[in-house]
Design a protein around this ligand. Sequence first.
Ligand code: PFF
Length: 451
Amino acid sequence: MSEFKNERGSWGSRIGFLLAAAGSAIGLGNVWKFPYLCGEYGGAAFIVTYIIILVLVGFTIMLTELMIGRHSQKGPVGAYRAIKERWAWVGAIGILASYLILTYYSVIGGWIIKYIVSGITGNFNTTDVDALGGIFATFIGQPFEPLVYHAIFMILTLVIVMGGIQGGIEKASKIMMPALFVILFIVVIRAVTLPGASIGLEYMLKPDWSKFGLDVVVAALVQVFFSLSLGMGVIITYGSYLGKDEKLTTSAVQIPLMDSAAALLSAFAVLPAVFALGYNPSAGPGLLFITLPGVFAKMPMGSLFGVLFFIFVLFAALTSSISLLEAAVTYFVDEHKWQRKKAVIILGLVAFLIGVPSSLANGAFGDVTFINGMNFFDSMSFFAENILLPLSAFLLSIFVAWVWGTENAIKEATNNGTVNFGFSKVWIISIKYIAPIGIGFILLQSIMSLF
Ligand code: PFF
């Protein structure tokens, strides 16, 4: 085995890969975004839309990314190149998307660390949502302190990725992921048994279709992709470290199932509590940081549960941020023969710096607007998630369906015909028609919203 091969690495076990991939998928998207999107877009109406898109497109793209990554044993750029040289740039779009996401993901990761620290020092001992909202706004509005936490989060990410695939990412995921599910269960049980929680439960189970519209579909599709880490080169990258005997079709079902379970559990942890505290479910991004501390303040030994909960949110965020960084690291290791350590340090530092204006956008820099009147933070997230992400997923489906060809792809999915792929016909219809048309439509919507 060449020295370069060692620089690249591979997964040590199937469960290690699964936990790492689920770790990438399960993150702030599940714990922070999914609940507030449910709150904003009519509870069950959003959940139903989300599940339909997940089934029609999410599974398909997950499997497809695993296929092309494992096929070439290369990161996204190399993966496209191995099949058709001229398409290599499409891989770069995905990497750019995940890298840009890392820059502001780390800012939010920093807020979580701050909340752990504040929980330990007892700063949240109030159920008054206005006071909690004030604490949150004051903290993120400051110029300096959030940057320190952003730096700490980024350093934690770097340390894990520096350890490589088995010794870093796989090991960290094996510890953090099981712990995450255990604590989530505990918090859900507490949240749904709060007095007044039933209104929230009803909200989540009874669709309010009056809120349904094109914007709900767009938000749900973007959320499916963001939550499953699709369209960003990350799953291609993780797939590239898989052995040729791995059953991709099984993984392509298991990862989304774990991801959806975490998203739904998180919504059950947050929304009933929001109603129980008399807070507005459509409050948006502040839900996790404003209402949950209130919930913990209400329960016996609440500060202990609060700190534990935010530690596990941190785990969810870290297992995702390492995958965001890994996609770019793999690119420099594969394509430019950099050492992993060098790639990690340089890319981490640059990502931190690009994140600085995002952090400041919640305070003094908030009035400076970029895309469509949005501040730096929102512009970055719009560009990465609403433009680059659907663009890269759209091109992926066109590429696999019409350039590589479904027959070749199916050979990869079935390990050269040795494993069963019961849904192959459905996959073909989805990758040829449903995925490109659906994703292309969303992409057009996003582009048109700019004018
Ligand atoms: N899927 C992660 C989440 O839900 O928070 C975020 C994420 C990770 C997005 C990796 C994109 C990605 F490539």
